[in-house]
Design a protein around this ligand. Structure first.
Ligand code: GDP
Length: 453
């Protein structure tokens, strides 16, 4: 059995949670916690909050709080656990932890609770990774997808396919072990059907990473345009509040302004930039250089043009920047009389949207276009989107090995050719569930977690 660990598991709210896990978890908390009803926590009913007083070694009161004892195996880590719900000040929580350390408990490392949950078989590795996604989710949709994965949306199908492959391999082994016997041709046919189905499913899962990554990380997007085209007004309209300074004076936005905007299910990481134009002002020029660099690094450019004036030389600078990028032309100021020769834009943009950042007219069209354009239209968030690069790579590897095994089965190769590739696929799938993963990889995964989870 592991030693007993403790950590502050909450983040700065009025209530602070201390988690304790390990063989002595309940005894350690019981030693520092005096229940109001006089009964020691070790005798308290499981999973039931008990009110009482927390004391340090000398008997001084640290806090009046709740404690709960949780008995194995029905705990997060699969070990005996106890929790303290204290008042949330750092001082109280530090003292509470110190009191526990006096009882021989040690500070938990990053991700150690979840690591123990994984090692004790409470969740598979894909579920454990999803716990991290759930903690760091930036949108409700990303959280929803992660929660489904904590509950096995990736682990279950992967486990199922792995079992199917293992069953198939076992049949082949029987044949390999008795080489003199006639091979039933059905064996190859059935294997081919299974491998075909599994290969397709694995490729589909691996490919969902493209959308999954967008869901988790959002999309970097830059607003470009000449000074006064209405870039800052557009950013404010996207945000639904005044963030960037809007003035009729050209060259106001000099540095980059970065904000996160939710568009449908999508998190757009928008950067407003200095207007592009020729300038002698070195500070403005530095801003323009940064705008250019930002445009190159972004996945989407919103190129803003003033629809109430003819296109000028500065607009051509903007046009040039969008070459080779996914971009939308925005003909702004649609509330003013139209004076822009926008036919000039048509050869350069697949999407031209006329809108008024000031009045909001035409905005809906932009909002519905953006998620479709970056490949994250509305879809069910049932955990089916792979959001993790490691899992996506393992899925792709498994799919390739399954495909190779399928080829071997269909082209009448020897049974061991089928077995070798199928075993490769089984190993790759095991990296996702954690059954065949190396210790170093597990350590790296959990070191990304925060302390207390
Ligand atoms: P930027 O330099 O591109 O960031 O442009 P701003 O957002 O600062 O806007 C420049 C000027 O254009 C300001 O006076 C805005 O109020 C005005 N403006 C921006 N968008 C619109 C719009 O859709 N309609 C009208 N009528 N004026 C706008």
């Amino acid at each position: 059995m592991n030693d007993t660990i403790a950590a502050i598991s909450s983040a700065g709210g009025p209530i602070g949670l201390i988690r304790v896990s390990g063989e002595r978890a309940i005894e350690a908390v019981s030693a520092v916690f005096e229940a109001k009803n006089g009964a020691p926590l070790t005798d308290a009913p499981a999973q039931k909050l008990v009110y009482g007083v927390l004391r340090d070694q000398k008997g001084a009161v640290i806090d009046c709080c709740y404690a709960v004892a949780m008995h194995m195996p029905h705990t997060y880590t699969g070990e005996p656990m106890a929790e303290l719900q204290c008042h949330g000040s750092t001082a109280v929580l530090r003292l509470a932890l110190e009191a526990l350390f006096q009882q021989g408990v040690r500070q938990a490392e990053a991700g150690e609770f979840t690591r123990r949950a994984f090692l004790n078989g409470k969740m598979d590795l894909s579920g454990a990774e999803a716990v991290h996604d759930l903690i760091t989710a930036r949108t409700a949709e990303a959280a929803q997808n992660a929660a489904a994965q904590v509950m096995g949306a990736v682990g279950s199908p992967v486990h199922e396919m792995r079992e199917e492959l293992i069953g198939m391999i076992a049949h082949f082994h029987a044949v390999v072990d008795f080489p003199d016997e006639e091979i039933d041709p059905l064996l190859f046919d059935e294997a081919a059907a299974l491998l075909h189905r599994v290969t397709s499913r694995l490729y589909r899962m691996a490919e969902s990473y493209e959308r999954g990554r967008i869901l988790r990380e959002g999309v970097p997007c830059v607003i470009l345009g000449r000074p006064n085209a209405g870039k800052s007004t557009l950013l404010n309209a996207l945000l639904g509040r005044e963030r960037a300074i809007v003035t009729p004076i050209p060259g106001t936005t000099r540095d980059l302004i970065e904000e996160n905007v939710k568009v449908g299910q999508l998190l757009l990481r928008v950067t407003d930039t200095a207007g592009l134009r020729d300038t002698n002002d070195p500070i403005e020029q530095a801003g323009i250089d940064r705008a250019m660099a930002e445009a190159n690094a972004s996945s989407l450019i919103l190129a803003v043009f003033d629809g109430s004036t003819p296109l000028g030389e500065e607009d051509m600078l903007v046009l040039a920047r969008t070459a080779g990028h996914r971009a939308v032309a925005i003909l702004n100021k649609s509330d003013l009389p139209h004076a822009c020769d926008d036919a000039k834009l048509t050869p350069y943009f697949e999407h031209i949207i006329s809108l008024s950042a000031k009045t909001g007219e035409g905005f809906e069209e932009l909002l519905s276009l953006i998620p479709r354009l970056v490949g994250l239209g509305d879809g069910a968030l049932d955990g089916a989107l792979i959001t993790n690069a490691r899992q996506a790579a393992a899925l792709a590897r498994a799919a390739e090995r399954c495909e190779a095994a399928l080829y071997a089965a269909q082209s009448g190769m020897t049974p061991d050719a089928v077995v070798m590739d199928a075993e490769g696929a089984v190993a790759a799938l095991g990296e996702i569930t954690g059954e065949t993963v190396k210790e170093a990889v597990v350590s790296r995964i959990f070191s990304d977690f925060c302390v207390g989870k």
